[in-house]
Design a protein around this ligand. Structure first.
Ligand code: FAD
Length: 477
């Protein structure tokens, strides 16, 4: 935990503590820029940057679909914060509450509950709120029990393992109903997270099926459910239509203007009346601001984002700043009044730079600058060697778009170390065959030992043994 040294430095000069909540795009890039520009003051103890983050790493989310497909190792889609932010104080924990009137955040850390340490209070002078977003769910029956999200590296790798495990189940069972449900994969939400995840996993599963004696690519059923009439709005209408054609050409069942009504009992019921027994339901139908925002005394919009001015200052709250998915920032490039910048990485990275500069300007008594960025377009991968792109008015599809997707993200993934590792992995993947192994049991490392120990020691299940159907493929339906 960061000791409370606010107020003085070793030689008793006034000290400034900047508290950054969140270690994602905005949190990491803001802290990185502040660290660079405040180097001397950090060294002399005049300033301190504290970053509160639940994970010790920043996740480069655009690489999650490739991590799920096995093209990039999970540890290379994350950036270790302690290494990058050497001069910041990293607190692994979650901000539970922010009382900006008192300039204090209440934080639970990994030690909370383990020992006598309760939640800790971190006082600050400047606050940067960057907790991002969480999956936006709807009250669909069964969703909370069976749905899988796709926002974290754990979810991406868990999903990869799960898909391969379903193929193992389908290969082993003699029951056609179990086999069909295991080989049916339903994705809800046609934004880049859903489309890229589905496209990459379908590609990977089709390739993997060649190593099964009794599964053919045609046995796999992939369904994309989208409530509106288009997918990938980020790449524009024409490229969105191309993506639908490309996916349908691969036998992926794309259902537009369709909603998921229920997934109770592991049966996906769609608004067009169709029903699909399935063991895989991935929910990527949008995001909503992180829950911590509701536990602050800062102003929120109707949609729960934090209300910001054009300088990324929180509206009416001096010394509080916000950006990224959590912040409602006026889009100065839009002709429609009231438009907010979209929740995407492109804005998050650029806002972080302006935000850091504005914090520094305020500390130096200079005026803050407006944030202004017109959306440059997007690139999306649709599996190995396939993609769509619409960047600076140029439309690309197929291999050139996929190549652009890789070049763009390689240039964007933070740190030279990660760029080199990702490039090495892509190069090796081109030389060797694809990885097709599922390491689902990694998620429960104690299960095997607990079973063995249980036989000898005592009859009750050990405390953290997972339920039976999480340990072994469930072939009972
Ligand atoms: C699968 C996927 C693919 C994507 N692909 C693209 C793409 O191709 N192009 C693009 O532009 N955008 C893409 N995005 C969106 C992009 O990743 C987000 O817009 C971006 O990450 C937002 O940055 P952020 O800093 O606001 O939030 P994040 O990067 O999500 O960071 C928020 C951080 O805050 C932490 N946090 C949350 N609550 C608390 C708390 N109470 N206390 C402390 N910390 C907290 C979180 O754990 C997280 O580390 C993709 C997103 C996903 C999920």
């Amino acid at each position: 935990m960061a000791p409370d040294t606010r107020g003085t430095s070793p030689d008793n000069r006034p000290r400034v503590r900047i508290l950054v909540v969140g270690g994602g795009y905005v949190g990491m890039y803001t802290a990185l820029r502040l660290q660079r520009k405040l180097r001397q003051r950090l060294k002399s103890g005049e300033a301190e940057i504290v970053v509160v983050t639940p994970e010790p790493y920043m996740t480069y989310q655009p690489f999650l679909p490739e991590a799920a497909a096995g093209s990039i190792s999970p540890r290379h889609v994350v950036v270790p914060l302690r290494r990058v932010l050497k001069h910041c104080t990293i607190v692994i924990g979650e901000a539970e509450r922010v009382d900006h009137a008192k300039r204090t955040a209440t934080v639970t850390t990994l030690a909370t509950g383990e020992d006598s340490t309760g939640a800790v209070e971190i006082p600050y002078d400047e606050l940067v709120l960057a907790p991002g977003s969480v999956s936006r769910t709807l009250p669909v029956p069964g969703l909370a029990d069976f749905g899988i999200g796709f926002k974290t590296v754990e979810e991406a790798i868990g999903l990869r393992n799960h898909v391969i495990e379903q193929m193992d189940i389908a290969s082993a069972t003699r029951d056609p109903a179990i086999r069909d449900a295991a080989l049916t994969f339903v994705f809800v939400g046609g934004g880049y997270a859903g489309v890229e995840a589905l496209a990459e996993l379908e590609d990977m599963a089709r390739y993997t099926s060649r190593y099964y004696h009794n599964i053919k690519p045609a046995d796999l059923r992939w369904i994309l459910v989208e409530a509106t009439g288009r997918i990938l709005p980020e790449v524009g209408e024409a490229m969105g239509k191309y993506a639908v054609r490309e996916l349908r050409g691969r036998n992926i069942d794309v259902r537009l203007d369709t909603r998921l009504d229920s997934c109770e009992g592991r049966v996906a019921v769609l608004s067009d009346g169709s029903r699909f027994p399935t063991r895989t339901l991935v929910w990527t139908a949008g995001v909503k601001p992180a829950p911590i925002l509701a536990a602050t005394d800062l102003p929120l919009t109707e949609r729960g984002r934090i209300r910001c001015t054009t300088t990324l200052a929180v509206d009416g709250a001096p010394h509080a700043w916000a950006a990224g998915d959590a912040a409602a920032v006026p889009d100065l490039t839009s002709s429609e009044p009231g438009t907010e910048t979209a929740p995407n990485a492109q804005h998050a990275v650029r806002q972080a730079k302006v935000l850091a500069d504005n914090v520094l300007a305020t500390l130096a008594g200079r005026p803050a600058e407006d944030y202004r960025h017109s959306y440059a377009g997007s690139v999306a991968s649709l599996g190995l060697h396939k993609g769509v792109a619409h960047v600076y008015g140029r439309k690309l599809k197929g291999y050139p778009a996929w190549l652009m997707h890789r070049v763009y993200h390689l240039s964007r993934v933070p740190t030279f170390n990660r760029k080199a590792r990702v490039l090495a992995e892509w190069t090796l993947a081109g030389l060797f065959k694809r990885e097709i192994v599922s390491l689902g049991s990694l998620e429960h490392p104690r299960a095997e030992f607990a079973l063995a120990a249980r036989g000898h020691a005592h009859p009750g299940p050990p405390e953290d043994t997972p339920p039976k159907d999480e340990r072994r493929p469930d072939t009972t339906g």
